[in-house]
Design a protein around this ligand. Structure first.
Ligand code: CIR
Length: 271
């Protein structure tokens, strides 16, 4: 009908995904456990991740490795794309702040960039978009000032911003990701679940912890191979799943979403 906007119910495939090669220093990235990381295996897994995105028809730009920045493969944390605008973040970990300068040029070609002044801190991994709303985790990396800075930019693209406490784990999206604009896959005990429910969202428990972070592209969903039961539960719900081994990135406290920055095309909502 004329003048009526078609409701988007699932995140669409992005027009472009930006990734960055695994640095030689990746084994020294920030992480909670002392599990060792195999950099060569990480590189193979990263190549498979890029191939998987491309096989879904997504254009992927892979930026060169930054060997002096061990966490720089986790590009999601350096920016939050809200539509025609993006917030260049100020990561909570000081060792990660130079990653933001390194991504600026690649983003400037596509979106209007905004900055975060201190003392605000925010990591992209704490930002969960669900339809027209951004849920932002207040975590060990993101503070309330960071949420306010994002709210300012999100409003330019007509998005509402809601802060939510992260009580366990690194980021909000380590514990939950959206399947559509009403259902969130989650790991219990990590975030203020009542806050999500109070906004009308239905929470579906991921069967394994790594299953809580998935990437939805229309009817397709990427799932960690370390979450086989979550994968089959999603198949039962009618999703076309694809399992990806990202074990070396999980050892570095990362997940599927952290390895790309996704830019919308004509569709408004990308995961
Ligand atoms: C860090 O501690 O910052 C990295 N080793 C992991 C970042 C994961 N990023 C994400 O979940 N968006």
């Amino acid at each position: 009908m004329e003048g009526e906007r078609q409701e988007v119910t699932r995140p669409a495939p992005p027009a472009l995904a930006i990734c960055r090669e695994v640095p030689a220093s990746f084994a020294t990235c920030l992480r909670e456990s002392d599990a060792s990381i195999d950099v060569d295996r990480a590189r193979r897994q990263h190549a498979s991740y890029v191939d998987a995105l491309r096989s879904l028809g997504i254009t992927v730009r892979v930026l060169p490795a930054l060997d002096e920045l061990p966490d720089s493969v986790f590009v999601e944390d350096a920016a939050v794309i809200t539509g025609r605008h993006a917030l260049l973040t100020r990561p909570g970990a000081p060792s990660r702040r130079s990653e933001v300068d390194a991504i600026r040029d690649a983003l400037a070609e596509h979106v209007d960039l905004q900055q975060v002044p201190p003392p605000a801190t925010i990591d992209g991994g704490d930002v969960l978009r669900v339809g027209r709303r951004l849920f932002v985790g207040v975590s060990t990396r993101t503070n309330e000032e960071g949420v306010s800075e994002l709210a300012r930019v999100a409003a330019l693209d007509g998005l509402e911003t809601i802060s939510i406490r992260v009580t366990r784990g690194l980021h909000l999206k380590s514990a939950c990701t959206a399947l559509d604009d009403s259902i969130v896959l989650y790991r219990p005990g990590c975030v203020d679940e009542s806050a999500l429910r109070s906004h009308g969202l239905t929470l579906v428990e991921a069967r394994e912890a790594p299953g809580a972070n998935v990437l939805v592209f229309g009817d397709d969903v990427l799932v960690s191979t370390n979450a086989p039961e979550t994968n089959s539960a999603l198949c039962d719900r009618g999703w076309k799943t694809r399992a990806l081994d990202i074990s070396e990135f999980q050892r570095g406290d990362g997940a599927l979403s952290c390895l790309s920055l996704r830019l919308p095309g004509t569709s408004e909502w990308v995961t």
